[in-house]
Design a protein around this ligand. Sequence first.
Ligand SMILES: NC(=O)c1ccc[n+]([C@@H]2O[C@H](COP(=O)([O-])OP(=O)(O)OC[C@H]3O[C@@H](n4cnc5c(N)ncnc54)[C@H](O)[C@@H]3O)[C@@H](O)[C@H]2O)c1
Length: 496
Amino acid sequence: MRAAIKSVGLLGGGVIGAGWAARCALNGHDIAVCDLDPEAERKISEVMTNARRAWSRLTLAPLPAAGSIRVVKTIEAAAEGADFIQESLPEQEALKISLLARADKVAPPDVVIASSTSGLLPSRLQSGLAHPERFVIGHPFNPVYLMPLVEVCGGARTSDTTKESATRFYRALGMHPLLLRKEVDGFVADRLMEALWREALWLIHDDVATAAEIDDAVRFGPGLRWAFMGTLLIYRIAGGEPGMRHFMAQFGPALKWPWTKLMDVPELDEALLDKIVAQSDAQAGAAGIRELEQLRDDCLVAILQGLRTQDYAAGAVLDRFEKTLWAAGHRSEFDIEKSDLTKPLRLHETRVEPGWVDFNDHMTESRYLQVFGDATEVLLRVIGVDPDYHRGGHNYYTVETHLRHLREVEGGTPLHVTTQILGTDDKRIHVFHSLYRSDDDTLLATAEQMQLHVDTRASRACAAAPQVLARVQRIATAHRPLARPAGSGRAIALDQ
Ligand SMILES: NC(=O)c1ccc[n+]([C@@H]2O[C@H](COP(=O)([O-])OP(=O)(O)OC[C@H]3O[C@@H](n4cnc5c(N)ncnc54)[C@H](O)[C@@H]3O)[C@@H](O)[C@H]2O)c1
């Protein structure tokens, strides 16, 4: 199976397919997505906008340049040239089997074909394939671009290599692949959710609780604990010092009491359907789908970031993913050997992401520091301060910054930063960054900084390594004839 995955073919671009498109594109993959819906392009682009917004709130880590998303009209066009194929077509076994077979015909046998099915058995879905060994289930959760879990489940003829490749690919996307031990209808998570859902339907049917009340019972109660410890660990803690044995002794008898209906399902007739839909409409109020998605995403981001501070559960997945992003560093086309060093260096390109703006749609103050800090990171990479250098116990720290805000910077604005070295010695680099609107090169803001080279273990300043100093000197010498930028050396005072 392919070690390097660049392009991804998606079969189906609905709720789940669009979520895959967003997660994969944000990870730098180029996407070809097949969907027959004439509105597919618009819907996928709206989901991508929400995903960008969510990721700009989720992480400060540098992301690869986003990949392209192309909507195509045939299964073959999506599958051809793809290094990995993910199917997210409607949950109909016959349809999936026939369309998977078409992808199987055009994709070389070393390309994994995965299905997002919520619960159809992999052994059946792979039955029509000439290469069943490359087929696997990769069952995600909505929204795919934020939810870490993906259940990986092989069928009778799936090879171990396929399961390993899919697992590796999903992990690289920042997900938590859970490899199932055997195939079962509904897999693990949907079986759990289905039990809750069936009980909820009865509670509505019997007028015990409304849609909103059932959700309150979850979100103010057990849902909060499920988010980080699941069910079994929480019950163990509920058993107090003696743990699970005591818990089972206390609540074991309840297994025989009428506390659940499980296999007994209410008749889903028009009356029950109308009742659920009406209650759900009342619960949602005036909010539209994209608005509700944004609210959901913001709450998920808050939980993920909260859990990251504990380096636990889904927070540990986010932490691991961010570490790989930081290690890869800020991508820049800049090459010290090939670039003209006699002018300020154009090191960093970005845009004002939706999560960066405040109430008046202007970039909020902390993001200026982030953008200039990112430009500094690129400069440091250019002079050879990379993860290996950090591991050796050395780095440059920012010890002083002077920011000037010259123009409003609106949401969505494409930006670039140029960097001039004003002076240097063996421990310090005096840097001047200028932030421009890329459309028309308007100067928007500047940042003057002092970078101090440190021994990170001893926490004290020290001289940089000779190879780093040589590169800094090379740029500083080329910049010496340049005019001092307006605003450099400025201090804040009423009379200036
Ligand atoms: N919605 C969820 O929460 C969720 C979660 C996990 C897994 N899944 C699974 O993901 C899969 C897709 O579910 P969804 O919720 O995205 O459904 P969806 O209805 O939103 O998307 C299905 C898409 O397939 C397209 N389509 C239908 N026939 C097609 C064809 N012949 N060729 C090309 N495109 C075609 C439709 O236009 C639609 O956009 C299902 O297997 C589902 O069980 C769904």
